[in-house]
Design a protein around this ligand. Structure first.
Ligand SMILES: [Zn+2]
Length: 463
């Protein structure tokens, strides 16, 4: 290109750029402006196993972190102290009252036609049984439709929903709504086949929601293997009986906190990119994948900005929401505490799909914003995390997305997520240090660059 054409081109570009606010509309501008800083963040994130090591300290040190548990309270104290030690800014716990469900002793046993202990986990928020348990005939059904078709046979029985896994969203309805659906027809208790595509005799817990119009009955998940066994026996014409014992109970609400830390913006500190995951977990395993990894990669992304001396135009804020699993109180408390600032929340990123190898992000927001995000994501091409798909978000950022904040979640290799989800197998060994570094890199680059762009991401027109 000769000098004259270069000058002409520069003039054209300048003419097309009336203000600094449109600099990012120029093709390749984001790559030119942010390529070097993105590479620094990526190099730092994948240089070592810092994210994995930090997660191991959290999960091995404090164990599972169900709302109301000592494990959660102590984990939050430790995180706040570490964040301060690292020099992160505005480190604080924002108070949230959370439900305090405890599992107690529990078991399930096939008692007729023969005795066999069943692999089970009580479903979170379930009531318990009387101390001696509930022993009743078992009715196995494959769907809500079959439950209705067998309505006359439900009263006084324990109902087992043996529903094959299709997608999480489809199949989880039986865990969430199965107890009340069966209780409306007079069932004494409910068992649900664990919500998973793959089982090595691992029962999967999770939450249920009682319909206020139905009686509350105890509910537990059983393994895929045992659900299949019980269903085969019923098909063979056996009359089955099961004994369920659950010491579960709901205690008074407990004090918890959303954990917050920031790197304050250098020009527009009141405009915020928020990113994080949930610090609580189920009371089994270690909550390593769900969602210890999610909170640690966001925390590491922020720490790397601080360590590299990067201070974006806007504030980047990590939030570790509490009580995602059995109440969602952290997400609603954040919305309520920050309602006045939400118009200045530029973007919310939630990582709650497991800290596995990232391929990019899902995004929910205006088309103009998505185009900008897609350009930012190109900075992640060298680690294969540059694909932006439609639709992103999460349970904790849902409440602020409903008020117009654009939402995003990393897309990761989800092939094994539901194998371990809400089980004793959700432990550190399921996560790979390299993949956690890549996810940290993706979140660090996305949050930093969006926080630093000359213009805030354009929002969709208000409804
Ligand atoms: Zn989760």
């Amino acid at each position: 290109m000769n000098r004259l054409r270069l000058a002409t081109l520069a003039a054209c570009l300048l003419a097309a750029l009336p203000g600094p606010g449109q600099a990012q509309a120029r093709p390749g501008a984001i790559a030119a402006e942010y390529g070097a800083v993105a590479d620094r963040l990526i190099d730092a994130a994948i240089a070592d196993s810092a994210a994995w090591t930090k997660l191991a300290r959290l999960t091995d040190g404090f164990g599972p972190r169900l709302s109301g548990s000592e494990g959660l309270a102590r984990a939050i104290e430790w995180i706040l102290a570490e964040m301060k030690r690292e020099g992160l800014e505005s480190v604080r716990g924002e108070p949230v009252m959370v439900p305090h469900w405890v599992r107690g002793e529990e078991s399930a046993e096939l008692v007729r036609p023969r005795r066999q202990r069943l692999g089970m986990l009580g479903i979170g928020n379930s009531i318990g049984t009387p101390p001696e348990g509930i022993e009743a005939e078992l009715l196995v059904v494959s769907s809500f439709d079959e439950l209705q078709a067998r309505a006359a046979d439900v009263r006084g029985r324990i109902v087992l929903f043996d529903v094959p896994f299709t997608s999480y969203g489809q199949t989880v309805r039986y865990r969430v709504q199965g107890a009340s659906a069966a209780a409306r027809l007079g069932a004494a208790a409910v068992l649900v086949r664990s919500v998973t595509p793959h089982s090595l005799f691992t029962p999967h817990t999770g939450t249920l929601v009682y319909d206020s119009a139905a009686p509350r009955i105890p509910a537990a998940a059983v393994t895929v293997e045992d659900a299949a066994l019980l269903h085969r026996l019923q098909r063979n014409g056996e009359r089955l009986a099961v004994r369920l014992v659950m010491g579960a109970r709901m205690l008074p609400d407990a004090q918890s906190y959303n954990v917050v830390a920031e790197v304050r913006g250098r020009e527009l500190p009141d405009e915020v990119v928020v990113m994080g995951g949930h610090i609580d977990s189920w009371d089994v395993g270690q909550g390593a994948m769900d969602d210890g990894g999610g909170v640690v990669v966001a925390w590491e992304a922020l720490r790397l900005m601080k360590a590299l001396g990067l201070r974006p135009r806007r504030t980047v804020r990590v939030v570790m929401w509490t009580n995602e699993e059995n109440g969602g109180r952290g997400g609603t408390a954040y919305r309520d505490a920050h309602r006045a600032e939400l118009p200045a929340h530029v973007l919310a990123i939630e990582s709650d799909n497991g800290a596995f190898r990232p391929s990019g992000f899902g995004f929910t927001g205006s088309d103009a914003a998505r185009a900008r995000i897609t350009e930012v994501a190109r900075l992640l091409a060298r680690i294969g995390a540059d694909t932006v798909t439609a639709g992103g978000g999460g349970a904790d950022i849902g409440p602020i997305m409903q008020l117009g904040v654009p939402g995003m979640s990393p897309n990761v290799d989800g092939s094994r997520y539901f194998w371990y989800h809400h089980t004793d197998a959700d432990t550190m060994d399921k996560l790979d240090p390299r993949d956690m570094g890549l996810l940290t890199a993706a979140i660090a680059v996305m949050s930093y660059v969006v926080a630093d762009l000359p213009d805030a991401l354009p929002r969709a027109a208000a409804p």
